[in-house]
Design a protein around this ligand. Sequence first.
Ligand code: NAD
Ligand code: SER
Length: 317
Amino acid sequence: MTFEKILVTGAGGQIGSELVPFLSDVFGKDRVIPSDIRLSTADSRFVKLDVTDRAAVDLVVEKHKVDTVFHLAAILSASGEKNPELAYRVNISGLYNVFESALKNKVGLVMTPSSIGVFGPDTPKENVPIETITRPVTMYGITKLMAEYLGNYYHSRFGLNARGLRFPGLISYKTPPGGGTTDYSVEMIIEAVKGKNYACFLKEDSKLPMMYMPDALDSLLKLAEAEDSRLKHRTDFNITSFSVTPKQLETEIKRYYPSFEVTYHPDFRQAIADSWPGSLDASAAVQEWDFHPNFSLQATTMDMISNLRGKQISQTA
Ligand code: NAD
Ligand code: SER
């Protein structure tokens, strides 16, 4: 059984804060149990849950008769390089606890986002397929790659319905991103709307794949609902909407804010970005569960600015 009681871990983060209302709209509010280590929301359904605490995970899964988990609790790439031990504990031990609890409680589906972080400097740069050289050089990437393998292991060895996809950088305006390398894209748009200039922590030509949040939410639901018999992959689908450099995003923003200025001051996150591909081959997601993103760079930028301004806008140039 799935989607009767849906636990979302890490629900207070960039994705979770939008996935919870999205799933609530689709399946009903009473079927969604948001949880996070931080209780930073007014949502009375929220459960405080540290995924590194195995007993606590069991308790929540049992108590709420959870049949589906969207496991979002994680430490992202830049935060993970600042605290690799924490990234290992949350991203690996936390996932292990969720898988073990899911097995014990016969949970029907565990969705775990992976990331472009699984790739490394030896990976080809363009149109990268799912199966390629990975060899990540960040703790985040190493934990994400292991998470993909763990998901496949729990499926083949124990029959657990573990699924996941490699998100590119996600752009959204409702909740700030939580310490990633692609966060510059969100920050740049927000600063422009505030009428400020922006000091970018990546070089102007660092091309990375990106996606707007509505497409990311849609992808999670589509993969969660995909027919099992169509899936040749399980935990490592590449997905992407568009690829962009900081300079190209700056240019796009300037169509709305012509005097907006960006200066480029690469920091430690540049090495992380340099290790990731510029574009992905996402054809398996199309073939196996019909994924088609809707938002281009232009549509994403316009929608972001429009929502941040709180009203519809028109271009000035
Ligand atoms: P986020 O950092 O915004 O949110 C993560 C949440 O996890 C936070 O609310 C945090 O409080 C919570 N958390 C941290 N430690 C915890 C613990 N021990 N127990 C319970 N909760 C804990 O991250 P996000 O962007 O929402 O990412 C969610 C998932 O998507 C992660 O697996 C991430 O790797 C993946 N992903 C995100 C992006 C992106 O651009 N946002 C891209 C690729 C993959
Ligand atoms: N946006 C994420 C990060 O930069 C990619 O997984 O960490």
